[in-house]
Ligand binder design. Structure first.
Ligand SMILES: [Zn+2]
Length: 360
Protein backbone atom coordinates (compact mmCIF):
# COMPACT_ATOMS: atom_id res chain seq x y z
CA UNK A 1 0.00 0.00 0.00
CA UNK A 2 1.32 3.44 -0.89
CA UNK A 3 0.65 6.69 0.91
CA UNK A 4 -1.18 8.02 -2.11
CA UNK A 5 -3.84 5.31 -1.89
CA UNK A 6 -4.77 6.29 1.65
CA UNK A 7 -7.97 8.32 1.97
CA UNK A 8 -6.50 10.60 4.60
CA UNK A 9 -2.70 10.87 4.72
CA UNK A 10 -2.46 12.94 7.88
CA UNK A 11 -3.04 10.32 10.61
CA UNK A 12 -0.70 7.99 8.78
CA UNK A 13 2.01 10.60 8.54
CA UNK A 14 1.62 11.55 12.19
CA UNK A 15 1.95 7.92 13.19
CA UNK A 16 4.91 7.48 10.88
CA UNK A 17 6.56 10.57 12.31
CA UNK A 18 6.02 9.30 15.87
CA UNK A 19 7.57 5.98 14.91
CA UNK A 20 10.58 7.66 13.34
CA UNK A 21 11.01 9.82 16.44
CA UNK A 22 10.83 6.77 18.70
CA UNK A 23 13.36 4.95 16.55
CA UNK A 24 15.67 7.96 16.64
CA UNK A 25 15.38 8.17 20.43
CA UNK A 26 16.11 4.46 20.76
CA UNK A 27 19.11 4.79 18.47
CA UNK A 28 20.35 7.77 20.47
CA UNK A 29 20.01 5.79 23.69
CA UNK A 30 22.03 2.96 22.18
CA UNK A 31 24.69 5.21 20.71
CA UNK A 32 25.02 7.08 24.02
CA UNK A 33 26.37 3.86 25.47
CA UNK A 34 29.99 3.64 24.32
CA UNK A 35 30.82 0.61 22.27
CA UNK A 36 33.21 -1.82 23.90
CA UNK A 37 35.21 -2.15 20.68
CA UNK A 38 35.98 1.59 20.71
CA UNK A 39 37.10 1.48 24.34
CA UNK A 40 39.22 -1.66 24.02
CA UNK A 41 40.48 -0.69 20.58
CA UNK A 42 41.87 2.54 22.00
CA UNK A 43 44.08 0.92 24.64
CA UNK A 44 47.70 0.76 23.54
CA UNK A 45 49.15 -1.17 26.48
CA UNK A 46 47.96 -4.07 28.62
CA UNK A 47 46.50 -3.81 32.10
CA UNK A 48 49.19 -4.46 34.67
CA UNK A 49 47.98 -7.42 36.68
CA UNK A 50 48.59 -11.15 36.76
CA UNK A 51 47.70 -12.87 33.51
CA UNK A 52 44.02 -13.69 33.63
CA UNK A 53 41.30 -14.20 31.02
CA UNK A 54 37.71 -13.18 31.71
CA UNK A 55 34.74 -14.52 29.80
CA UNK A 56 34.68 -16.38 26.53
CA UNK A 57 36.76 -16.25 23.35
CA UNK A 58 34.13 -14.10 21.65
CA UNK A 59 33.02 -12.10 24.70
CA UNK A 60 35.71 -11.14 27.16
CA UNK A 61 38.98 -9.44 27.97
CA UNK A 62 42.22 -10.18 29.79
CA UNK A 63 44.93 -8.74 32.01
CA UNK A 64 48.66 -9.36 32.15
CA UNK A 65 49.00 -9.41 28.36
CA UNK A 66 52.46 -9.57 26.85
CA UNK A 67 53.53 -8.66 23.32
CA UNK A 68 55.12 -11.07 20.90
CA UNK A 69 58.34 -9.33 19.76
CA UNK A 70 58.03 -7.98 16.20
CA UNK A 71 60.80 -10.33 15.09
CA UNK A 72 62.24 -13.52 16.42
CA UNK A 73 64.68 -16.03 15.03
CA UNK A 74 61.79 -17.97 13.52
CA UNK A 75 58.89 -15.53 13.14
CA UNK A 76 57.78 -12.09 11.97
CA UNK A 77 54.69 -10.18 13.05
CA UNK A 78 52.46 -9.11 10.16
CA UNK A 79 50.19 -6.02 10.02
CA UNK A 80 52.07 -4.41 12.92
CA UNK A 81 50.04 -1.19 12.80
CA UNK A 82 47.02 -3.09 14.12
CA UNK A 83 48.75 -3.61 17.48
CA UNK A 84 47.27 -7.06 17.88
CA UNK A 85 50.38 -8.99 18.87
CA UNK A 86 49.22 -9.28 22.49
CA UNK A 87 48.27 -12.41 24.30
CA UNK A 88 48.22 -14.36 27.51
CA UNK A 89 51.88 -15.21 28.28
CA UNK A 90 51.05 -18.88 27.69
CA UNK A 91 49.89 -18.06 24.17
CA UNK A 92 52.90 -15.94 23.32
CA UNK A 93 55.24 -18.62 24.69
CA UNK A 94 53.45 -21.21 22.60
CA UNK A 95 53.76 -19.16 19.39
CA UNK A 96 57.50 -18.92 19.98
CA UNK A 97 57.68 -22.64 20.67
CA UNK A 98 55.72 -23.47 17.53
CA UNK A 99 58.01 -21.20 15.50
CA UNK A 100 61.04 -23.11 16.85
CA UNK A 101 59.58 -26.57 16.41
CA UNK A 102 58.22 -25.80 12.95
CA UNK A 103 61.65 -24.61 11.87
CA UNK A 104 63.08 -27.93 12.98
CA UNK A 105 60.30 -29.63 10.96
CA UNK A 106 61.38 -27.75 7.83
CA UNK A 107 59.02 -24.73 7.86
CA UNK A 108 61.17 -21.61 7.32
CA UNK A 109 59.45 -19.52 9.96
CA UNK A 110 56.03 -18.23 10.96
CA UNK A 111 54.24 -15.12 9.75
CA UNK A 112 52.05 -14.12 12.67
CA UNK A 113 48.68 -12.51 12.07
CA UNK A 114 46.36 -11.17 14.75
CA UNK A 115 46.60 -12.40 18.31
CA UNK A 116 44.68 -9.96 20.59
CA UNK A 117 44.48 -6.30 21.50
CA UNK A 118 46.53 -5.32 24.57
CA UNK A 119 43.56 -5.89 26.88
CA UNK A 120 41.59 -8.09 24.53
CA UNK A 121 37.93 -7.24 24.10
CA UNK A 122 36.05 -6.82 20.83
CA UNK A 123 37.95 -5.37 17.88
CA UNK A 124 37.13 -2.53 15.53
CA UNK A 125 37.51 -4.86 12.51
CA UNK A 126 37.57 -8.60 11.84
CA UNK A 127 37.33 -11.47 14.32
CA UNK A 128 34.46 -12.34 16.58
CA UNK A 129 36.87 -14.10 18.93
CA UNK A 130 40.50 -13.28 19.89
CA UNK A 131 39.12 -11.43 22.94
CA UNK A 132 40.77 -13.20 25.87
CA UNK A 133 44.37 -13.60 24.69
CA UNK A 134 44.05 -17.28 23.82
CA UNK A 135 43.60 -17.15 20.01
CA UNK A 136 46.25 -16.55 17.34
CA UNK A 137 46.18 -16.45 13.55
CA UNK A 138 49.19 -17.85 11.75
CA UNK A 139 49.66 -17.48 8.02
CA UNK A 140 49.83 -20.50 5.75
CA UNK A 141 52.53 -18.62 3.83
CA UNK A 142 56.05 -19.44 5.02
CA UNK A 143 58.33 -16.64 6.22
CA UNK A 144 60.43 -15.36 3.29
CA UNK A 145 64.20 -15.77 3.42
CA UNK A 146 64.99 -12.07 3.64
CA UNK A 147 63.52 -9.96 6.46
CA UNK A 148 60.31 -8.12 5.57
CA UNK A 149 60.25 -4.35 5.89
CA UNK A 150 57.58 -2.63 7.95
CA UNK A 151 55.80 -1.61 4.74
CA UNK A 152 55.84 -5.17 3.40
CA UNK A 153 54.36 -6.48 6.62
CA UNK A 154 51.49 -4.05 6.20
CA UNK A 155 50.80 -4.78 2.54
CA UNK A 156 52.10 -8.22 1.59
CA UNK A 157 49.28 -10.62 0.74
CA UNK A 158 48.95 -14.06 2.18
CA UNK A 159 48.44 -17.00 -0.18
CA UNK A 160 44.88 -18.15 -0.78
CA UNK A 161 45.15 -21.91 -0.35
CA UNK A 162 41.61 -22.90 -1.30
CA UNK A 163 39.62 -22.66 -4.52
CA UNK A 164 36.65 -20.43 -3.72
CA UNK A 165 34.29 -22.33 -6.04
CA UNK A 166 35.07 -25.95 -5.18
CA UNK A 167 36.19 -25.26 -1.61
CA UNK A 168 39.05 -27.68 -2.24
CA UNK A 169 42.71 -27.01 -1.53
CA UNK A 170 44.72 -25.77 -4.51
CA UNK A 171 46.84 -28.82 -5.21
CA UNK A 172 49.73 -26.80 -6.62
CA UNK A 173 50.10 -24.89 -3.35
CA UNK A 174 49.60 -27.50 -0.63
CA UNK A 175 52.79 -29.21 0.55
CA UNK A 176 53.67 -31.87 3.12
CA UNK A 177 55.26 -29.03 5.11
CA UNK A 178 51.82 -27.44 5.54
CA UNK A 179 50.54 -30.72 6.96
CA UNK A 180 53.54 -30.99 9.30
CA UNK A 181 52.99 -27.44 10.55
CA UNK A 182 49.35 -28.13 11.45
CA UNK A 183 50.25 -31.45 13.02
CA UNK A 184 52.91 -29.77 15.15
CA UNK A 185 50.47 -27.07 16.31
CA UNK A 186 47.85 -29.70 17.14
CA UNK A 187 50.39 -31.74 19.09
CA UNK A 188 50.56 -29.29 22.00
CA UNK A 189 48.43 -30.24 24.98
CA UNK A 190 47.20 -26.69 25.53
CA UNK A 191 45.95 -26.32 21.94
CA UNK A 192 42.27 -27.25 21.98
CA UNK A 193 41.29 -26.32 18.45
CA UNK A 194 42.81 -25.29 15.18
CA UNK A 195 40.37 -23.67 12.78
CA UNK A 196 41.01 -24.20 9.07
CA UNK A 197 38.98 -23.91 5.90
CA UNK A 198 36.91 -27.06 5.20
CA UNK A 199 39.04 -27.68 2.09
CA UNK A 200 42.15 -27.88 4.26
CA UNK A 201 40.46 -30.23 6.71
CA UNK A 202 39.43 -32.42 3.81
CA UNK A 203 42.96 -32.43 2.44
CA UNK A 204 44.25 -33.67 5.79
CA UNK A 205 41.47 -36.25 6.12
CA UNK A 206 42.33 -37.58 2.66
CA UNK A 207 46.10 -37.70 3.02
CA UNK A 208 47.23 -38.13 6.63
CA UNK A 209 48.40 -41.66 7.34
CA UNK A 210 49.61 -43.25 10.55
CA UNK A 211 48.70 -41.19 13.61
CA UNK A 212 45.42 -39.44 12.85
CA UNK A 213 44.47 -38.65 16.43
CA UNK A 214 45.50 -34.99 16.04
CA UNK A 215 42.89 -34.47 13.31
CA UNK A 216 40.33 -34.24 16.13
CA UNK A 217 41.61 -30.75 16.92
CA UNK A 218 41.52 -29.54 13.31
CA UNK A 219 38.11 -27.94 12.92
CA UNK A 220 36.57 -26.77 9.63
CA UNK A 221 35.26 -23.22 9.57
CA UNK A 222 34.42 -20.43 7.14
CA UNK A 223 37.41 -18.36 6.03
CA UNK A 224 40.75 -19.57 7.34
CA UNK A 225 41.99 -20.15 3.80
CA UNK A 226 45.00 -17.83 4.12
CA UNK A 227 45.81 -18.61 7.73
CA UNK A 228 44.98 -21.07 10.47
CA UNK A 229 43.66 -20.11 13.86
CA UNK A 230 45.22 -21.68 16.93
CA UNK A 231 43.16 -21.66 20.12
CA UNK A 232 44.45 -22.71 23.50
CA UNK A 233 42.34 -23.62 26.51
CA UNK A 234 41.63 -21.51 29.57
CA UNK A 235 44.86 -21.21 31.52
CA UNK A 236 45.49 -21.85 35.22
CA UNK A 237 44.83 -18.68 37.20
CA UNK A 238 41.75 -17.76 35.14
CA UNK A 239 38.74 -19.11 37.06
CA UNK A 240 36.45 -16.73 35.18
CA UNK A 241 37.56 -17.95 31.76
CA UNK A 242 34.77 -19.94 30.08
CA UNK A 243 35.97 -23.11 28.40
CA UNK A 244 34.76 -24.13 25.00
CA UNK A 245 32.96 -27.44 24.63
CA UNK A 246 35.33 -30.33 23.98
CA UNK A 247 35.77 -31.51 20.41
CA UNK A 248 34.28 -34.93 19.62
CA UNK A 249 36.70 -37.83 20.00
CA UNK A 250 36.73 -38.91 16.35
CA UNK A 251 38.82 -37.43 13.55
CA UNK A 252 35.93 -35.29 12.28
CA UNK A 253 36.39 -36.59 8.73
CA UNK A 254 32.93 -38.11 8.39
CA UNK A 255 29.47 -36.60 8.22
CA UNK A 256 30.21 -33.20 9.80
CA UNK A 257 32.89 -32.56 7.17
CA UNK A 258 30.65 -33.74 4.33
CA UNK A 259 28.14 -31.02 5.30
CA UNK A 260 30.69 -28.38 4.31
CA UNK A 261 30.67 -29.75 0.78
CA UNK A 262 26.93 -29.23 0.37
CA UNK A 263 25.30 -26.02 -0.76
CA UNK A 264 23.91 -25.09 2.66
CA UNK A 265 26.97 -23.54 4.37
CA UNK A 266 27.68 -21.30 1.38
CA UNK A 267 24.25 -19.76 0.86
CA UNK A 268 24.50 -15.99 0.64
CA UNK A 269 23.95 -14.19 3.91
CA UNK A 270 20.30 -13.10 3.91
CA UNK A 271 21.05 -10.01 5.92
CA UNK A 272 24.57 -8.91 5.00
CA UNK A 273 24.18 -5.41 6.46
CA UNK A 274 23.04 -6.54 9.91
CA UNK A 275 25.45 -5.27 12.57
CA UNK A 276 27.86 -7.83 13.93
CA UNK A 277 28.06 -8.72 17.60
CA UNK A 278 31.27 -6.73 18.04
CA UNK A 279 29.50 -3.62 16.71
CA UNK A 280 26.79 -3.84 19.35
CA UNK A 281 28.73 -4.91 22.42
CA UNK A 282 28.80 -2.42 25.25
CA UNK A 283 30.63 -2.80 28.52
CA UNK A 284 27.39 -4.22 29.93
CA UNK A 285 27.61 -7.08 27.42
CA UNK A 286 31.07 -8.13 28.59
CA UNK A 287 31.91 -9.85 31.88
CA UNK A 288 31.70 -7.43 34.81
CA UNK A 289 35.48 -7.62 35.40
CA UNK A 290 36.20 -6.11 31.98
CA UNK A 291 35.25 -2.68 33.36
CA UNK A 292 38.16 -2.96 35.80
CA UNK A 293 40.42 -4.39 33.10
CA UNK A 294 39.72 -1.36 30.94
CA UNK A 295 40.28 1.07 33.84
CA UNK A 296 43.48 -0.56 35.17
CA UNK A 297 46.73 1.42 34.76
CA UNK A 298 48.91 0.93 31.71
CA UNK A 299 52.03 -1.17 31.82
CA UNK A 300 55.01 1.18 32.39
CA UNK A 301 56.40 0.72 28.89
CA UNK A 302 56.15 -1.45 25.81
CA UNK A 303 59.55 -2.97 26.62
CA UNK A 304 58.40 -4.05 30.08
CA UNK A 305 55.59 -6.11 28.60
CA UNK A 306 57.27 -7.48 25.50
CA UNK A 307 57.67 -11.18 25.99
CA UNK A 308 61.12 -12.63 26.40
CA UNK A 309 61.45 -16.38 26.32
CA UNK A 310 61.26 -17.65 29.84
CA UNK A 311 58.63 -15.12 30.80
CA UNK A 312 60.93 -12.33 31.97
CA UNK A 313 58.56 -9.64 30.71
CA UNK A 314 55.57 -11.17 32.39
CA UNK A 315 57.43 -11.43 35.65
CA UNK A 316 58.64 -7.82 35.35
CA UNK A 317 55.08 -6.69 34.71
CA UNK A 318 53.71 -8.65 37.63
CA UNK A 319 56.32 -7.13 39.95
CA UNK A 320 55.14 -3.63 39.05
CA UNK A 321 51.61 -4.57 39.74
CA UNK A 322 49.80 -2.09 41.96
CA UNK A 323 47.78 -3.96 44.56
CA UNK A 324 44.48 -2.15 44.22
CA UNK A 325 43.45 -2.91 40.62
CA UNK A 326 44.70 -6.45 40.92
CA UNK A 327 42.41 -6.98 43.89
CA UNK A 328 39.50 -5.59 41.95
CA UNK A 329 40.16 -7.80 39.00
CA UNK A 330 41.58 -11.05 40.24
CA UNK A 331 39.60 -13.70 41.98
CA UNK A 332 42.31 -14.42 44.48
CA UNK A 333 44.49 -16.57 42.27
CA UNK A 334 48.24 -16.47 42.49
CA UNK A 335 50.33 -15.38 39.53
CA UNK A 336 51.75 -18.29 37.66
CA UNK A 337 55.12 -17.89 36.02
CA UNK A 338 54.61 -17.84 32.28
CA UNK A 339 56.83 -20.85 31.80
CA UNK A 340 54.75 -22.89 34.23
CA UNK A 341 51.40 -22.03 32.74
CA UNK A 342 52.50 -22.20 29.12
CA UNK A 343 52.66 -25.93 28.80
CA UNK A 344 50.39 -27.18 31.53
CA UNK A 345 47.73 -29.55 30.26
CA UNK A 346 44.30 -27.97 30.12
CA UNK A 347 41.31 -29.79 31.52
CA UNK A 348 38.54 -30.91 29.18
CA UNK A 349 35.44 -29.09 30.27
CA UNK A 350 32.29 -29.40 28.23
CA UNK A 351 30.20 -26.27 28.47
CA UNK A 352 27.95 -26.01 25.43
CA UNK A 353 28.01 -22.52 23.98
CA UNK A 354 26.36 -21.13 20.89
CA UNK A 355 28.60 -20.84 17.86
CA UNK A 356 27.02 -18.28 15.58
CA UNK A 357 27.90 -18.19 11.94
CA UNK A 358 30.12 -15.18 11.20
CA UNK A 359 28.84 -12.59 8.76
CA UNK A 360 31.80 -13.02 6.44
ZN1 LIG B 1 41.49 -16.05 14.07
Amino acid sequence: MTIRSLPDRKPFLTAAFALVTLAALAAAAISAEPRAKDLFGARKLPAVAPAQSFGFYSKGCFTGGVALPMDGPNWEVMRPSRNRRWGHPAMIALIEKLARDARADGWPGLLIGDVSQPRGGPMMTGHASHQIGLDADIWLTPMPRRPLTFAERETMSATLMVDEKTHLVKEALWTPAHTRLLKRAASYAEVERILVNPGIKKKLCDTVTGDRSWLRKIRPFWGHDYHFHMRIGCQPGSPDCKAQEATPDDDGCGKPLAWWFTEEPWRPNKNPDAPKARDLMTMATLPRECQAVLAAPDAPSLEAVTYQSGGAAAVAAAKQEPTEPAETISSGNAVLPAAASAFAPTPKIGIPLPRPRPGN
